[in-house]
Design a protein around this ligand. Structure first.
Ligand code: HEC
Length: 188
């Protein structure tokens, strides 16, 4: 039961058809929350595209995506072989490529590139071309029918370039368990 000691004071003066009104205000916190929602709704509507000054959620989303794409470009078009070969002679870039390889490629090509499900990457035989720009194209587009993923959709352009530079350095190395050569001999 509520405290009724002050009931007399809180009965309002007026009477209508014998009915008296009892002053029973809502709790303060409730009232402030109520006003707060009104203030919030005004600010909120002002920011909705098409109604207020805001550009809207779709435009916000597209802007965020465009900013992300600008910062993380996907590989586009054929690679420039001179640029890739320049990476090969940069120790830091090759190390970065090795990290990408360790994370994404070893499951199918083995840690030393000797080949498992995927072909041996250390020999001079290539299924899809042995020039550095061919390797870049294979890595970017994958060979989906044979289980080689299209890394151009999964890695950033820079990572693809680096891993290709690293693969290039595997040429002529001696893996522990080399897979038999596949494809055509490519003379360098
Ligand atoms: C899920 C297994 C798998 C993964 C992971 C994988 N590959 Fe492959 N890769 C293959 C297969 C299978 C082939 C052979 C395709 C064919 O037979 O045409 C291949 C082919 C290649 C070739 C062409 C070889 C040639 O002889 O022309 C290159 C280069 C290559 N992979 C690089 C990479 C790199 C770099 C990565 C990591 C970023 C990677 N692969 C990750 C399965 C894989």
């Amino acid at each position: 039961m509520a405290d009724t000691t002050n009931d007399k004071d809180r009965l309002l003066e007026h009477q209508y058809d014998g009915i008296q009104e009892y002053d029973n205000p809502l709790p303060r916190w409730w009232v402030w929350t109520f006003w707060g929602t009104i203030v919030f709704s005004i600010a909120y509507w002002l920011n909705v595209g098409g109604i207020g000054t805001g550009q809207g959620r779709i435009a916000d989303y597209e802007q965020d995506m465009a900013a992300f794409r600008a910062a993380h470009p996907l590989p586009t078009g054929p690679a420039d072989p001179a640029k890739l070969l320049a990476l090969v002679s940069d120790k830091h870039e090759v190390e970065e490529g090795q990290k990408v390889f360790a994370k994404n490629c070893v499951a199918c090509h083995a840690a030393d590139g000797g080949g498992l499900i995927g072909p041996n990457l250390t020999d001079a035989y290539w299924l899809h071309g042995g020039k550095i720009e061919d390797i870049h194209a294979t890595v970017t587009n994958g060979v989906l029918a044979k289980g080689m993923p299209a890394w151009g959709k999964l890695l950033q352009a820079k990572e693809v370039d680096e891993v290709v530079a690293y693969v290039w350095t595997l040429q002529g190395t001696t893996p522990a368990k080399p897979k038999a050569a596949e494809g055509e001999l490519v003379q360098k």
